[in-house]
Design a protein. Structure first.
Lengths: 349, 322
């Protein structure tokens, strides 16, 4: 704890201001900067945790406000009022909301997410089995997006207004407009039915064969990645061209840099700042996207559980999945902020 | 003399031109009168090159971004000797910055056409290939700009940026580059050079950033430093300091400086010779004091008249600086 405190204090000291032509503060750039980074990261993590907490409370609140009685749905419509009230008492539904939330939160953090109403099994064992599938799909599509869009954006910026750039631009516009599930249908049709690269509706569990599992996830991942990829490439192209107009680029040229030197050593990092933000949002979005696309490709991931639980009013499952998705999105945002701090030294605090 | 002209070296033709040369290019005059002119062609050619660092011949720059082409610079002729300090003055839009950018080889937009010749040590840098130009940029020709706030890359440390020209043009090791960068930072009168070396541009004030720009420009000991309104964005005290610094650097390293400004008083403090430009044309040229004493053009008179004359205040300012 004392270490932590000294780190934080160090961060405060290092916020130097260079106003005159003499630098007043002792440690600005050496160890002080790292202290500032540490402080920043701790602050970000704290706000992230607080946000997750608030979101989880809102989700809990929403599920206690919406009509529908968990006890009734468990016992069915033929239940006697006595049995109902007994079950309510047993489930703790008569206690105040905030107490129930506290209980739920504590057991959630411990890993006990309650019991599914319809399957009568612990929610965590249902979800934990599916998380690897959906997460792999999300990460895979994110990697595809990053690996395709960044080179594509750079290529378009370098060859701006030439044929290739115009062609890619038009193609991008079209791809951007296609929603992932429809893209999934197209891919199933093209690669599944025409090229016969995979069996539509087929799936290999990761417990059986990891390579087969990954192979079957490639196609849904493409469906998720393509629209985001088009957006990222377009954003990067615009951002690069904007940066190329800036004064420091002229300075870089005046020192004898060639175009690639200017592009990769000076401009790219600056141009990536807005792109990183977008990629963070896209990564959050992709989890939601994969839930839908899983349906198209019949992949038994988190999406299938979520949809069946919603139609069965299986609230503990829905609640747990929603909190996990929210935590994922918030965590990604926190990561983006930390990456920001590393990339851009101008962000103080 | 005739063969000299045949070999492409333009000597002033008018009868009174010796007189003009005496004022503007004393070294060239000495060369002209020396016996060397009667020696074989190649030798004299080399010597003229060595003396004439920069020769701009009939430079025309046109924009084509509108329906009608717009002329930014019309038939500019300019000569600079090694180590000379020349000012170009003119209002905005007079083509002075365009000329500077052309000399630095930074006008590569597709909608701009350039005609004429820019000879740097006898080599035409206006019409040569980009790769040949790159060898000179940052090494022999360096440039500093009007906006110190935005002319440095915000995401790179100052040291890295000062070292860039060294990385591109020399084989120095990392330590060697660092040592040289610290040396030029100190030469640019930045206290705590080590700290500046490790900081980011946003840590520095405008004046400090311009000093960093000057340090970066001087890293490879260029023969020509082009300063495009380097003090316009700075306040008056810093302006005077920067001008003093440029003067000092020029004296220490014998770097020729092409100083572009709309402020005649700065040019008077710094330069030996001044060129006055208006609407893309060079309208007057001569030794600074001469131009100040008897301006030949109405426009120059107006420019001189535009300098605020507050002698008492100026003296006080001078005292503060010291």
């Amino acid at each position: 704890m004392t270490e932590l405190c000294s780190v934080i204090r160090c961060g405060v000291i290092c916020e130097a201001d260079y106003t005159g032509s003499r630098i007043e503060h002792a440690d600005v750039c050496g160890t002080g900067m790292k202290g500032g980074d540490m402080k920043y990261i701790i602050k970000k993590l704290t706000t992230t945790a607080a946000t997750v907490l608030i979101v989880s409370f809102l989700v809990f609140l929403a599920f206690s406000v919406i009509p529908g009685d968990p006890a009734l749905s468990r016992l069915g419509t033929q239940a006697t009022p006595e049995a109902l009230s007994a079950l309510r008492e047993e489930m703790g539904l008569n206690r105040p909301l905030i107490v129930r939330y506290g209980d739920w939160l504590i057991s959630f953090v411990r890993g006990d997410m309650g019991e599914s109403y319809s399957y009568h099994m612990p929610v965590q064992s249902m979800i934990l089995e599916k998380i690897p599938i959906t997460l792999t799909l999300t990460v895979m599509s994110f990697l595809m997006m990053a690996l395709i869009s960044v080179p594509l954006g750079i290529y378009c910026a370098k060859h701006r207004d030439q044929f290739a750039d115009r062609f890619i631009y038009t193609l991008n516009q079209v791809i951007m407009a296609v929603p992932p599930f429809f893209m999934g249908l197209l891919i199933t049709w093209l690669f599944g039915l025409i090229f016969r690269l995979f069996t539509p509706g087929g799936y290999i569990s990761y417990t059986k064969s990891v390579s087969g599992f990954l192979y079957y996830l490639i196609f849904p991942a493409v469906a998720i990645a393509l629209p985001k990829c088009a957006m990222t490439a377009k954003l990067l192209r615009t951002s690069l061209l904007d940066e190329m107009k800036k004064d420091y680029v002229r300075t870089a040229y005046s020192r004898g840099n060639h175009t690639n030197g200017v592009l990769y050593r000076h401009v790219l990092k600056n141009a990536l700042i807005p792109v990183v933000t977008f990629m963070g949002m896209a990564l959050g979005d992709m989890l939601a996207g994969s839930i839908i696309v899983e349906q198209v490709f019949k992949i038994p991931g988190l999406g299938r559980i979520l949809l069946t639980s919603i139609s069965n009013r299986d609230y503990p499952v829905v609640q747990a999945v929603i909190v996990l998705i929210a935590a994922w999105v918030i965590a990604i945002n926190c990561l983006v902020d930390i990456i920001y701090k590393i990339v851009d030294p101008r962000i103080e605090e | 003399m005739k063969w000299l002209e045949r070999s492409g070296i333009r000597a002033p033709k008018s009868p009174g031109s010796n007189e003009t040369l005496r004022k503007s290019h004393p070294t060239a005059l000495r060369l002209r009168q020396s016996t060397l002119c009667r020696t074989p062609r190649g030798l004299a050619d080399r010597i003229v090159r060595a003396v004439m660092l920069l020769e701009v011949k009939n430079l025309n720059i046109e924009f084509h971004d509108h329906d009608r082409p717009e002329r930014a610079v019309c038939g500019l002729n300019l000569r600079m000797e090694a180590g000379e300090i020349v000012g170009i003055v003119g209002e905005s839009g007079s083509g002075k910055s365009m000329s500077a950018l052309a000399i630095a080889g930074l006008l590569s937009r597709k909608d701009i056409t350039k005609q004429g010749e820019i000879l740097f040590e006898g080599k035409d840098i206006l019409n040569c290939s980009r790769s040949e130009l790159r060898k000179l940029q940052g090494d022999d020709i360096a440039m500093i700009f009007q906006e110190p706030e935005t002319s440095l890359n915000p995401l790179k440390k100052v040291g890295w940026q000062v070292e860039e020209a060294l990385r591109l043009h020399t084989d120095l090791t990392k330590e060697g580059r660092r040592a040289r960068a610290l040396e030029v930072l100190r030469k640019a009168e930045l206290q705590d050079a080590e700290k500046v070396y490790d900081s980011y541009p946003h840590h520095l004030s405008g004046g400090m950033r311009q000093r960093v720009m000057i340090a970066a420009a001087m890293a490879c000991r260029p023969k020509l430093l082009i300063a495009d309104e380097p003090t316009t964005a700075l306040d008056v005290t810093i302006q005077a300091q920067i001008v003093k610094l440029l003067k000092k650097i020029r004296e220490e390293q014998h770097t020729a400086v092409l100083f572009i400004s709309h402020d005649l008083s700065l040019i008077r403090q710094l330069c030996e010779r001044v060129l006055v430009m208006q609407a893309g044309h060079l309208i007057e040229e001569g030794a600074v004091e001469e131009v100040f004493r008897s301006p030949g053009q109405e426009y120059t008179k107006k420019l001189i008249g535009a300098i605020p004359e507050i002698p008492a205040a100026c003296e006080t300012r001078g005292k503060f600086e010291r």
